[in-house]
Design a protein around this ligand. Sequence first.
Ligand SMILES: C[S@@+](CC[C@H](N)C(=O)[O-])C[C@H]1O[C@@H](n2cnc3c(N)ncnc32)[C@H](O)[C@@H]1O
Length: 192
Amino acid sequence: MDEKKIINILSDLKHRVFPRPFERLAVSGNNLIGVEIGVYKGLHTESLLKHLDIKQLYLVDPYELYTEYKEGKTHYGVDQDPLPLAKKEALERLSQYANKVSWIFKKSSDALDEIPDELDFVYIDGNHEESFVREDIISFYPKIRGGGVLGGHDFYNGFCREHDGVVQAVTHFVVQNNLILQVELPDWWTMK
Ligand SMILES: C[S@@+](CC[C@H](N)C(=O)[O-])C[C@H]1O[C@@H](n2cnc3c(N)ncnc32)[C@H](O)[C@@H]1O
């Protein structure tokens, strides 16, 4: 098989196969309260809502090409749809779950005050640069209850090393805190 075909298969695995390992293997229980950082068109949000027994899901996404969001500028409106279009699509897709979903149209770093403690899970898929992933991990981990799950997307070095920051930030955190890291591509997670 040539390299291009392999890259296409890996891309499908990353973006188009649902449920993802996070909701299939990492999280279980009833009346769950969780957070997704980075929603885009809401495709993974819909999978979380379909495959987990969710009471409340906080959705954090500014839908904005802010200055430090370099990765967004190279994709949204270039090889993927612009963020305002993605927001519209997510709002439509998730309207049927209005009673379970709380939208926060802010960067994750500005959303903490609006999110309760004792969360069952947090799924990180916002800005993939190492410093942003590190900040998401460090600021959201304390909000997870004992036995809850911290995880995210893109534990994966493909696509011109674009997601090296995820691998670096996650690996650093679990080693420093002596945690067990689980990886089932394209997701990663650790239990608190
Ligand atoms: C890869 S997409 C998310 C895809 C979605 N999780 C899925 O799997 O269908 C990344 C999203 O993160 C959002 N984002 C970028 N920086 C962010 C930040 N600092 N906090 C929260 N969301 C952010 C972008 O607006 C974009 O919609």
